[in-house]
Design a protein around this ligand. Structure first.
Ligand SMILES: [Zn+2]
Length: 413
């Protein structure tokens, strides 16, 4: 199927807009980029000669499509049903526990489906979601997300990471481990858990590395989601990966307590993380909401140590994490919101912030994407945004985006 995107604007190296171009797409790839032949005159959206579909982008900024490296689709839009009156992490966990798995598959499918449609409309073509495997849920959350993944197969790539409940280590962890084993059999894409909530985080790291290695799956662990500087699960994980080797790829999400170390320790740990090839996902929305309640003065931001990690060469992606649930009652399901927070709370410049929800996110997730600057031969996973520069796109987060995945328009036109 061939597609012609007329009157697109490509950003230059500084993120500003260049002249209008027409982008031809065939077989899921960009085949030609030419100066727009008819730059001033809007033309009807109808098939042109040799193209099955023509979309007039009317000067929209054309960028590689976004990727969401850390979602919880099964919990999306639970905020009304499951309030979190204390507003901290344990409050959210208690609220979910009190629900005791009283959510039906159909309800999860409906809410997760709504979240996926929102993300796709905002320009996302790949999502990594965690799925609760706590005992009370049985396999309901996973069954729901497997169904959603199947239903939206044509729109978006979904990776499902099994989020193991705790305790999961030793004799007391047998039931949670059984849940994870069942989830692996049903087809999760990654193994996950929360070592920082376990009695022995290092033993939990070792266990999850073992289970993932046996299953031949990559690993994505909620790591050090606390401002307690004594939480050093990331350093331990990096050392274990370096000691034993691990073939499938490791992601550490959150890594909040790294920000509470001295600069020397941050650099030392970041170097280990880089050497171990661990990707890090920063999660500004949820960290800003949940962290810092114990620090009424000089409140830390709760983000990981972005600068030390980036300077060490670690791929640092950014995700939106929770979407209007007890862990974060707000959020718009928009990577441009995440990017804006990486600017305001993380001190990144707009172009870097955008890369954290685009190229870096894809790298951490191991999914291919378009290249920048866009050239013939690039994968046609693209988002066109009504904005005159990358900075303005991040600032305004405007609606009216056109989203192309594998050469097909999946939203906005
Ligand atoms: Zn999470």
């Amino acid at each position: 199927v061939s597609l012609l995107l007329r009157r697109a604007t490509l950003p230059d190296a500084a993120g500003a807009a260049g002249g209008p171009v027409d982008v031809t797409i065939d077989g899921g790839r960009v085949t030609a980029i030419e100066p727009s032949r008819d730059a001033t005159e809007a033309t009807a959206v109808s098939p042109g000669p040799g193209h099955e579909r023509v979309v007039d982008l009317d000067g929209r900024l054309l960028l590689p499509a976004f990727a969401e490296p850390h979602a919880h689709l099964d919990k999306a839009f639970l905020a009304e049903l499951v309030p979190n009156p204390t507003g901290d992490l344990m409050g959210a966990i208690r609220a979910m526990d009190e629900l005791g798995g009283r959510i039906e598959v159909d309800d999860i499918v409906a809410r997760a489906g709504r979240a996926v449609r929102l993300l796709v409309a905002n320009g996302v073509t790949a999502i990594r979601t965690h799925v609760d495997l706590i005992e009370a849920n049985g396999m309901r959350s996973l069954d729901a997300l497997l169904e959603v993944r199947d239903r939206v197969r044509e729109l978006v790539t979904i990776q499902i990471c099994g989020l193991t409940g705790w305790p999961s280590v030793g004799a007391e962890g047998a039931a949670q481990r059984a849940q994870l084993t069942m989830a692996i059999e049903r087809g999760i894409d990654l193994v996950g858990g929360c070592p920082h909530l376990e009695r022995d985080p290092s033993a939990a790291n070792a266990q999850f590395l073992d289970i993932a290695a046996d299953a031949g799956l990559p690993l994505d662990l909620h790591t050090d989601e606390t401002l307690d500087p004594g939480a050093l699960g990331l350093e331990d994980l990096a050392r274990q990966v370096l000691d034993r080797g691990f073939a499938q790829g490791v992601t550490a999400s959150h890594c909040v307590s790294l920000s509470m170390q001295t600069e020397d320790r941050q650099r030392q740990i970041a170097a280990l993380v880089a050497e171990a090839g661990i990707g890090v996902v920063a999660l500004p929305q949820t960290n800003l909401f949940l962290q810092g309640h114990g620090h009424p003065t000089g409140m830390p931001r709760g983000l990981t140590a972005l600068r030390a990690l980036r300077e060490a060469g670690v791929h640092v992606a950014a995700g939106a994490d929770n979407l209007q649930d007890p862990f974060n009652p707000v959020g718009r399901g928009d990577p441009l919101e995440t990017a804006a927070l990486m600017v305001m709370a993380g001190h990144l410049l707009p172009g870097d912030a955008l890369a954290s929800v685009s190229a870096h996110a894809r790298c951490v997730m191991g999914v291919p994407g378009a290249v920048e600057p866009l050239v013939a031969g690039a994968l046609a996973d693209l988002v066109a945004i009504p904005a005159s520069s990358v900075r303005e796109a991040v600032a305004m987060g405007p609606p009216g985006r056109v989203v192309v995945r594998a050469g097909q328009v999946v939203a906005g036109a």
